[in-house]
Write a protein that binds this ligand. Structure first.
Ligand code: GUN
Length: 281
């Protein structure tokens, strides 16, 4: 079984991006900039944002974090986004989710100009991805996709099962696999026989948020299994895949932690650089 080392893959991607940033700097005399807006003091969000800032600095991006208290008015955030939209030194804007209840998430997502939407959450980017046009691609599915391609460069005709249908993961993951000519089945909590669906798969991407849902006898021999889950349990952090059982069947499997997670942040940096390059055309 291949243990997919997301930490190593992310470090390799960051090294490539660092070189690219240096080249862009000498060509344009400026570097791509990422601005993250963090609202409130949720600990996981604070940790994510700190990691994003650290990684951005490591590859040589200009990075800025704007913090607001939980009580900030929606209007203040929307006005800041407008300001960042027209700031030439800002290539990418990310508003860390989740948001406090009084702030309308969709309004915030749609306020970001699509060309700076490094999350790929704006309806324009969602539509472009599903139509096969150039777009920002959500960071987590993009990271999963790059890990899958490392194991199996030719995905044409493969059967892929995506467990979970979220806008963040399941749906964009499906689009990426479709683009690679996979036959994709999207499954979710209402799927009748999840085990039977998974048993058909050459590739399984589990992004449903249920601890250790995918068991050893759900996985065909030599399938590639990508675990997007991060679930807090009494036994610590576990994924959506039962690691010990599935590792006996799968050809390749991502661990949690150390699989998809590190790739997500590296892909955010990649998206920031892509936004910068498109803005320089
Ligand atoms: N919170 C958890 N994951 C994400 C993400 O990918 N983007 C944003 N903006 N917030 C998140």
């Amino acid at each position: 079984m291949i243990l997919i080392d997301g930490k190593k893959a992310a470090a390799e991607l960051r090294a490539e991006l660092k070189e690219e940033v240096a080249e862009l700097k000498s060509k344009h005399n400026k570097v791509p900039g990422l601005t993250v807006i963090l609202i409130g003091d949720l600990t996981p969000s604070q940790i994510y944002v700190r990691n994003k800032e650290k990684s951005a600095n490591e590859v040589g991006l200009k990075s800025e974090v704007i913090k607001y208290p939980d009580s900030v008015e929606e209007k203040t955030v929307l006005e800041k986004i407008q300001e960042l939209n027209s700031d030439e030194t800002v290539s990418g804007i990310l508003v860390q989710l989740p948001l406090p209840k009084h702030i309308d998430k969709q309004k915030v997502i749609e306020a970001i100009v699509p060309s700076k939407d490094v999350d790929g959450f704006h309806p324009m980017n969602v539509g472009n991805l599903s139509s096969g046009y150039e777009s920002s691609i959500p960071c987590t599915p993009l990271g999963c996709y790059l890990l899958i391609k490392k194991i199996e460069p030719n995905l044409s005709g493969k059967k892929a099962v995506v467990v979970g249908r979220s806008n963040l993961n399941g749906k964009p993951m499906t689009q990426l696999l479709l683009k690679e000519n996979c036959t994709v089945t999207i499954t979710h909590s209402k799927t009748k026989d999840l085990k039977a669906e998974c048993l058909e798969a050459d590739i399984i991407v589990a992004a449903v948020g249920i601890p250790e849902l995918v068991r050893g006898d759900w996985v065909k021999k030599d399938a590639i299994v990508i675990d997007v889950g991060i679930n807090k349990t009494d036994n610590g952090i576990v994924g959506d895949v039962h690691f010990d059982e599935v590792s006996k069947n799968a050809k390749a499997l991502t661990p949690v932690p150390g699989g998809v997670g590190p790739m997500t942040i590296a892909c955010l940096l990649k998206n920031t650089i892509e936004c910068f390059k498109r803005s320089q055309l």
